[in-house]
Design a protein around this ligand. Structure first.
Ligand code: NA7
Length: 543
């Protein structure tokens, strides 16, 4: 196919990041083309349509903050937004800011190659487009991880990964359903599937901590109070560790007498959601505090699940609370009290094969199934960037460059890949924060840098020294927490066989990260090979 044109910027992806990048860059006078493989906007929220799909951040702050009018006009219906509502919100944003005219849907990028002073982007349909600056907005959790289990092709029933759920749903009524995986996704889907299925079998490898979400409809009064308070809410988010609008507790739980400590935990449990973690100071840095909190949650599991053997199997003992992504749920543990739900320990007796009629374990035990659901997660952070070819300066691919693990400067750019910017790339706080907050910060920062590049004609490319220093800081920040203790966590890339074990997101906190990015900009972007602006211009004139 012929030439698809030339724009200042090509943005790959039309989820939260891509939509905002288009809006922000266009408002700064750049011509922008967004390429999106789906036939609609939404990114993660376009694809993840599994039953119970819902955000763990609360709706009033899992949204854009760039336009106060948008904040005032949108009405969220529940404490946590469901998938359809988030997709509706993003469609509204696309319409409201007239974004669709610069988005090409159904275009799957296969290759992006550095080409002279710009990039050539080639799609699966053979079309190619050129730009000066390439911005990836491909998300962190968009490359499905389907385990390589022998025999899957022989399964006579239907199987689905939760991240590619059929758009017209899956009828599980009266059928025998199996779910593999008890991460955030499995924990959301299991109660909803159990309510409809004839029988649900959960194949659990690792027991997980989960906190009740306490989802509920939002009243007019609550919504009005939030809308009146938005400027203050946004200020708290900007100064926070995780981009959430709540302040972390300053109470040392271990100094409290037993009854007050218990009351603190109970109150946090009642409030529910990710606020539970925020109520326990140092829970991610102090092993003793974490052990105490973990024990509280284990006791809750025992209280909730009637059958003691099932309760024990559901009790996490191999990693501290919140060192893997902490799920939140609606009646997850209660679901195991249903007569149509059974739990199978596939750590003790691993899955050996998929057969025509179901799953077979290593012991030879057979579990007949009509529907098999893989809630087995994603090749996180690097997967989306390596799912197509990005070829930089000197013909070197990103895949080769990151063979031993990703290295970036600030999660925003990669040495050897001039004028490429990676929104929420590895090494940025991304998945450890409220994503829209992290995304807006990245896009605004990139937009400022592009304005400078447009004026000066410079090329931005991280220096190897800056990357090495940032890698050291990412490792230091992770090591200052208990996070690396969860050996099988996707934060470490450990969920994908053969993937390099590197702690992927930046755990130093959103506010600290933002300040680091601001310092980089104020210094004239030295980590991106640029100098103080006056020196550069003088050099250019001298030439
Ligand atoms: P996760 O958090 O990666 O969870 C995947 C689950 O699937 C987890 O329980 C895994 O067990 C399990 N798993 C993966 N492969 C297998 C095999 N081969 N056999 C048995 N069990 C397996 O993905 P989610 O989709 O739940 O969540 C991802 C993020 O999306 C979430 O954190 C939110 O940010 C949104 P394991 O723990 O590895 O033993």
């Amino acid at each position: 196919m012929g030439d698809g044109g030339h724009t200042d910027v090509i943005v790959i992806g039309a989820g939260f990041s891509g939509l905002y990048a288009l809006h922000r860059l266009r408002s700064r006078g750049f011509s922008v083309q967004v390429l999106e493989q789906a036939d609609g906007v939404g990114g993660t929220w376009y694809w993840n349509r599994y039953p119970g799909a819902r955000c763990d951040s609360e709706s009033y702050y899992y949204c854009y903050s760039f336009d106060p009018e948008l904040e005032q006009e949108w009405r969220w219906s529940e404490r946590y937004p469901g998938q359809e509502e988030i997709r509706g919100y993003l469609e509204h944003v696309a319409d409201r800011y007239d974004l669709r005219r610069d988005i090409a849907f159904g275009v799957r990028v296969e290759r992006a190659e550095r080409d002279g002073e710009g990039w050539t982007v080639t799609a699966a349909d053979g079309s190619s487009r050129r730009c000066r600056w390439l911005v990836t907005a491909v998300g962190c959790l968009s490359t499905a991880n389907v385990p390589d289990i022998p025999g899957l092709e022989d399964f006579a029933g239907e199987w689905h990964h939760t991240g590619h759920w059929p758009h017209d749903g899956v009828d599980v009524r009266g059928r025998r359903v199996g779910v593999v995986g008890t991460g955030s996704t499995g924990i959301q889907a299991i109660p909803v599937l159990a309510a409809a299925a004839g029988h649900l079998t959960v194949f659990q490898r690792t027991a997980n901590y989960s906190i009740p979400a306490r989802n509920a409809p939002l009243s007019e009064e609550e919504m009005a109070a939030t809308k009146a308070d938005y400027p203050a809410i946004r200020r708290v988010q900007q100064g926070s560790t995780n981009g959430h609008p709540f302040v972390l507790s300053d109470v040392d739980v271990l100094d409290l007498p037993a009854d007050r400590r218990r009351a603190l935990y109970e109150q946090a449990w009642e409030r529910g959601g990710l606020r539970f973690r925020a109520a326990v100071k140092d829970v991610l840095t102090d092993p003793e505090v974490n052990a105490d909190t973990s024990e509280f949650i284990r006791a809750k599991i025992r209280e909730t699940v009637h059958d003691p053997a099932t309760a024990e199997l559901l009790t996490p003992r191999d990693h501290p609370f919140a060192t893997k992504r902490p799920p939140i749920d609606t009646h997850y543990f209660e679901t195991y009290n249903r007569p149509n739900v059974s739990l199978v320990d596939v750590k003790a007796d691993p899955i050996a094969a998929v057969t025509a009629s179901g799953l077979r374990l290593e012991s030879g035990a057979e579990h007949p199934l009509d529907v098999l659901v893989f809630a087995t997660g994603f090749d996180a952070l690097t997967g989306p960037l390596l799912s197509f070819d990005i070829v930089g300066r000197d013909g070197v691919s990103l895949r080769e460059t990151w063979h031993d693990g990703p290295h970036t400067h600030l999660g925003l750019g990669v040495a050897g890949f001039p004028d490429l910017f990676t929104i929420t790339g590895p090494g940025s706080p991304s998945v450890l924060t409220n994503m829209p907050t992290a995304i807006e910060q990245h896009v605004d920062w990139i937009a400022d840098l592009l304005e400078r590049l447009r004026t000066t004609g410079e090329v931005a490319e991280p220096t190897p020294e800056a990357e090495a220093a940032w890698a050291a800081e990412v490792a230091r920040a992770a090591d200052a927490t208990l996070l690396p203790q969860a050996a099988s966590s996707w934060y470490l890339g450990a969920n994908v066989p053969g993937k390099a074990r590197v702690f992927l997101p930046y755990a130093g906190g959103y506010a600290r990260y933002r300040a680091t990015c601001d310092d980089e900009a104020a210094a004239g972007y030295p980590g991106f090979g640029l100098g103080a602006i006056r020196t550069n211009l003088a050099n250019r004139h001298a030439v």
